[in-house]
Design a protein around this ligand. Structure first.
Ligand SMILES: [Zn+2]
Length: 377
């Protein structure tokens, strides 16, 4: 039975009512699952301790987060990415971020100590946070902290990041760690925040060839996305032979996302999640820890993550969405209430440059593999 990790304190990780990163997404998802007749049983973590945060972050950075969190004035906070439009300061931000890290660490304990296989952490995925800088709505890097903890337990980790933005913080923190393979598929940094994630960013020293980036063209559709995912991930996993998969399941590559330009539908996410679960069975004895991540169309993110929950549990995927749920959240739907869990066919087949985009993505994936393979033997 998969474990789902959640605590109501996760809702406190909020930069304010009008900020894109909204805790409402998880509330909508949980409410949808309940409306579909599923009793969502969750296990509650503890917040991460200060020492656990210091496993990855610099003490001088954590002290600034703590001071701002307590309402103190920190004149140089913007030098550390704090108090910016992306990462506004809020009271209690240190503790709120530590709860999310604690959830990921609880997932690590379930896998390492209890022998659990499928674990879903209903939050986090804060992949942009650096050792000493907050970035892109991310204060503490729950993923890097959890991955480092897995590696200390002797579990080599493959990290897969399907968020539409490059997983730059995770990559940078683990750039020279040969116990960790990172793979990030994202809209190319030429067009999108944070601007990194090129194929030549391959890792350092003994870890060279273990940090893989697939920068995708804007308007990449699901067919092309799945083609490069299939081209890159299985050979890398076969080569690296990880003990566990960690997946950042950002939902912002969805076509409705207001912050990015990829064109995935919920059916594509369905295909991605089924593949990931299959790869976990094939390469890591089923061990996989999913976190959430970006996702700024509330409606799309709630449906994508409800889908993830259903697939992890091997539950059937319904078509119709419950009317009561649609009514309860009617004010949040950007384009009117969705009627079905899966998107109606958006008719992408007619996009004029579809073939050209697929060709460029295919070339990037091939070039990446050719270069990375050089370091694999
Ligand atoms: Zn993102």
């Amino acid at each position: 039975m998969p474990s789902v990790i959640y605590h109501p304190a996760y809702r406190n990780y909020s930069f304010g009512e009008h900020h894109s990163f909204s805790p409402k997404r998880v509330e909508m998802m949980l409410d949808l699952l309940e409306a579909l007749g599923h009793r969502v049983e969750t296990v509650e973590p503890q917040p991460a301790t200060r020492n656990e945060i210091l496993g990855v972050h610099e003490d001088y950075y954590v002290r600034r987060v703590e001071a701002l969190s307590a309402g103190e004035d920190v004149p140089d906070c913007q030098d550390y990415g704090l108090g910016t439009p992306d990462n506004p300061v809020f009271l209690g931000m240190d503790e709120a971020a530590r709860w999310l890290v604690g959830g990921a660490l609880h997932g690590v304990r379930l896998i390492c100590e209890k022998g659990e296989k499928r674990v879903l952490q209903l939050g986090g995925g804060l992949h942009h946070a650096r050792r000493n800088v907050a970035s892109g709505f991310c204060i503490y890097n729950d993923l890097a902290i959890a991955i480092s903890a897995l590696a200390r337990h002797g579990f080599w980790v493959a990290y897969l990041d399907i968020d539409v933005h490059h997983g730059d913080g995770v990559q940078q923190i683990l750039y020279d760690d040969r116990r960790v393979l990172t793979i990030s598929l994202h809209e190319s940094g030429r067009y999108l925040f944070p601007g990194t994630g090129e194929i030549h960013e391959l890792g350092l020293g003994a870890a060279r060839g273990l940090k893989l980036n697939v920068p995708l063209e804007p308007f990449t559709d699901g067919e092309s996305y799945l083609e490069v995912l299939d081209a890159v991930v299985p050979p890398a996993l076969r080569q690296f032979r990880p003990a566990v998969l960690v997946v950042q399941s950002g939902a912002d590559a969805h076509f409705a996302d207001p912050l990015a330009d990829l064109m995935l539908t919920t059916r594509d996410y369905d295909a991605i999640f089924r593949r990931v679960l299959g790869w976990a069975d094939e390469f890591t004895s089923g061990r996989v820890l999913f976190t959430l991540g970006g996702g700024y169309s509330l409606d799309a993110a709630a449906r994508v993550w409800a889908l993830l929950y259903l697939l992890i549990h091997g539950l059937p995927v319904p078509e119709e969405l419950p009317e009561a749920w649609r009514n309860r959240w009617s004010s949040t739907f950007e384009h009117g209430p969705p009627m079905t869990l899966h998107d109606p066919n958006p008719g992408q087949a007619e996009r004029p440059n579809r073939e050209e985009i697929a060709r460029r993505n295919r070339q990037v994936a091939q070039h990446l593999l050719e270069t990375a393979r050089h370091y694999w033997f």
